[in-house]
Design a protein around this ligand. Structure first.
Ligand code: GDD
Ligand code: MN
Length: 398
């Protein structure tokens, strides 16, 4: 009898702990996704954006949460959300008072969301909520980061003054140095899996939280979806000069971070640079060796030998880069090796012209010692060769 009782209570305990675990699981995955809306003084937009996102949920049978993260706006934003909350149990608001910042707010949204999939969207209708389901399903089908891109085919920016465009192009270029496969690494419209950011030491600042996520998060598969960025009709942008300075610091910080964190995406890029450099050095050795042999043993005129030497080293470099440096599980846009070989030759000719041009300019016009000029020429040509080959010859198709 006593034994039976013991069994029952044990079974009861097991049930209880199961129930407990189930409850925990439900409480973190209560929703299919969380749409995070950072706000500061958005009283003119907040009602409409929340309704629109909620309509998208309804029309697409998504069980979504809306999380507004507000920096204690002095206007009516908070009051409006609190009033809407009464009719929408899936609407939540987080009011931050310690500091102010778009990126910090988004990061805090990540920490408080009640789902495994996050979508970040501006309040001012610059980002179309109608794309949320597509982003969600791209994440569901295995991508870890999905980016709304203004700069891929089909994407666009409407109503931006020229100054804004130039700043954005500069920022995008810097970001692409770290993530060359991503056309818009500084977009404010993106979706991300919770695991990518949970253990990432994010240092949120400025406007570019996506760059921070890409730089510090753990991810491999990404996807971009084009969209038309429409600048706000109501209210004003809060982008300032300080934002640009913070951005430059952020790029530096992510670069340094990648040197000591080899699982990061930026490190994967550095590895390609190193491999490309090693291949380049082997190519120089082959060039010198062939030049020497053909001239000394075969008896060719040294400039004729040099033609063979150059072509052989280019072929050598191409093969190593094709089979090693840029080997990828993804398909290359130039899917035929012959096409890549031709592209590589074109880029190499450009590199040669750059190298000799710099050598000539610096030495003839600025009187710099020719070996120093040549070293600079080699460095610039290397940067050119890597960058253009990365973006053209071995561009991956997604
Ligand atoms: N919580 C919080 N705190 N939200 C903020 C803050 C802040 O300090 N500053 C801006 N926001 C909110 C705004 O209320 C809006 O919902 C969103 O963040 C974007 O702010 P805007 O001021 O409208 O940004 P933008 O249009 O200049 O910049 C957009 O484009 C950039 C790409 O060029 C944003 O989408 C950026 O994220 C994006 O990087
Ligand atoms: Mn805006």
């Amino acid at each position: 009898m006593a034994e039976d009782e013991c069994d029952i209570s044990e079974a009861g305990y097991r049930h209880l702990s199961l129930l407990f675990r189930v409850t925990i699981r439900i409480s973190t995955t209560m929703y299919d996704l969380t749409v995070i809306i950072p706000t500061y003084n958005e009283e003119a937009n907040i009602r409409d954006i929340v309704s629109e996102v909620d309509n998208v949920f309804r029309d697409n049978a998504l069980n979504g949460e809306i999380l507004v993260v507000d920096d204690n706006s002095p206007d009516a934003t908070i009051a409006i959300v609190n009033e809407m909350k009464k009719a929408k149990p899936n609407l939540n608001i987080l009011v931050r008072t310690d500091d102010r910042g778009l990126s910090q707010s988004v990061a805090e949204g990540f920490a408080h969301a009640s789902s495994e999939i996050f979508v970040v969207i501006d309040a001012d209708f610059s980002h179309p909520p109608s794309l949320i389901p597509a982003m969600y399903s791209e994440i569901r089908s295995g991508n870890e980061v999905v980016i709304g891109s203004r700069y891929m085919v089909g994407g666009e920016i409407k109503k931006w003054p020229i100054k804004r465009r130039i700043i954005s192009i500069g920022a995008t270029f810097l970001g692409r140095l770290l993530f060359p496969d991503i056309t818009d690494p500084v977009s404010g419209f993106f979706a991300v899996r919770k695991e990518v950011v949970t253990n990432a030491p994010l240092k949120p600042r400025g406007y570019k939280i996506l760059l921070e996520v890409l730089g510090k998060g753990t991810w491999e598969k990404d996807r971009e979806i084009p969209f038309e960025f429409v600048d706000r009709d109501v209210g004003s942008s809060k982008l300032k000069l300080k934002t640009i300075v913070e951005y430059a610091e952020q790029v530096m910080d992510i670069t340094l971070y990648s040197f000591s964190h080899h699982q990061s995406a930026a490190w994967r890029e550095w590895k390609k640079v190193f491999k490309f450099g090693i291949v380049g050095i082997i190519g120089i050795l082959i060039n010198m060796g062939v030049l020497y042999c053909l001239t000394n043993y075969v008896g060719l005129f040294y400039l004729v030998s040099s033609l063979f030497a150059i072509e052989l080293s280019v072929l050598n470099n191409f093969l190593w880069n094709d089979l090693w440096t840029f080997r990828s599980y993804q398909q290359h846009r130039l899917s035929s090796r012959w096409h890549r070989l031709i592209a590589f030759h074109g880029v190499s000719v450009g590199g040669l012209v750059i190298n000799m041009g710099i050598l000539y300019l610096l030495t003839s016009f600025f009187g710099i010692y020719y070996l120093v000029s040549n070293l600079l020429g080699i460095l610039v040509a290397f940067a050119w060769n890597f960058w253009v080959n990365r973006r053209v010859t071995w561009k991956t198709e997604k």
